[in-house]
Design a protein around this ligand. Structure first.
Ligand SMILES: Nc1ncnc2c1ncn2[C@@H]1O[C@H](COP(=O)(O)OP(=O)(O)OP(=O)(O)O)[C@@H](O)[C@H]1O
Ligand SMILES: [Mg+2]
Length: 243
């Protein structure tokens, strides 16, 4: 017989909301000392910068390495906070199309410079949804960045579609990149799973957590050579309700 008291204690200890608050708080606390270290490294570098002495040159190189590592740590914390802080979303009536359009406009120039077309097909009949626009922007941005990275420098197309379907709203992000093999597709939502050099592997887990915090769901269709389709499904607000 399983021991009820100890299993409920274990369940309590692993309450994901508490864990995410603790971890998020820790990551947040680490940011200030980290930026102080970065600032002091800048000051140190200034002191050595014009000194021709070989020892000074070596010090400057070491400081540059340290600065790079501080930058990397900062990125890790940033990604982690985005993942952990899904308990802090604030839903309001917002226009999904506007969020999608803004992300498309934001990434289009850089994508165009690499031969990637970013197209939007946005439904004209979407009512305002219950969204946290800033956090939902992160969802769309993560998906578009993944699409962009998958296409790489070969050129291609990223398509963003919104559509009303029954009592729900669909957002689809399609790319004509290389697609995912079965193993990647099966693991891509796992925390820290990444096939990219320098990838944190928190992009899709963050997308899923944020979408679920909006009452929605995410699924991916992908196969090698056929590109990738990410489908986010969101609930419509209750009929007639401005709840
Ligand atoms: N559009 C896509 N096409 C092909 N593979 C993809 C696509 N999106 C995600 N993947 C695969 O899923 C993995 C996990 O994606 P995820 O966004 O979680 O992490 P990442 O992109 O590797 O790192 P990060 O988003 O933190 O920079 C990627 O490394 C990649 O292998
Ligand atoms: Mg990613």
């Amino acid at each position: 017989m399983p021991d009820r008291s100890s299993s409920s204690a274990a369940a309590e200890a692993l309450d994901p909301r508490i864990l995410s608050r603790l971890a998020g708080g820790l990551a947040h606390e680490l940011k200030n000392p980290l930026s102080t270290i970065g600032l002091h490294l800048d000051l140190l570098r200034e002191q050595w910068a014009d000194d021709p002495d070989p020892k000074a040159r070596r010090s400057v190189r070491m400081i540059d390495t340290l600065k790079q590592e501080v930058g990397r740590l900062d990125e890790i914390l940033q990604d982690f906070l985005l993942y952990a802080r899904t308990d802090q979303i604030e839903l309001e009536e917002a226009d999904l199309n506007a969020v999608v359009q803004r992300v498309a406009d934001f990434v289009r120039p850089e994508a165009a410079a690499r031969g990637i077309r970013v197209e939007t097909f946005l439904a004209g009949d979407l009512p305002p949804l219950r969204l946290d626009p800033a956090r939902f922007r992160q969802v769309v941005l993560n998906l578009v960045i993944n699409a962009r990275q998958a296409i790489g420098d070969r050129g291609g197309r990223i398509t963003l579609i919104t559509r009303r379907q029954g009592g729900r709203v669909l957002l689809e992000v399609l790319d004509d990149g290389p697609g995912m093999d079965e193993e990647t597709l099966a693991s891509c939502f796992e925390v820290y799973f990444s096939r990219k050099k320098g990838g944190s592997g928190l992009g899709l887990p963050t997308v899923r957590r944020l979408v679920e915090a909006h009452g929605g769901s995410v699924e991916i269709q992908s196969s090698p050579g056929h590109g990738t389709r990410v489908r986010v499904t969101l609930p419509l607000p209750p009929a007639g309700g401005r709840s």
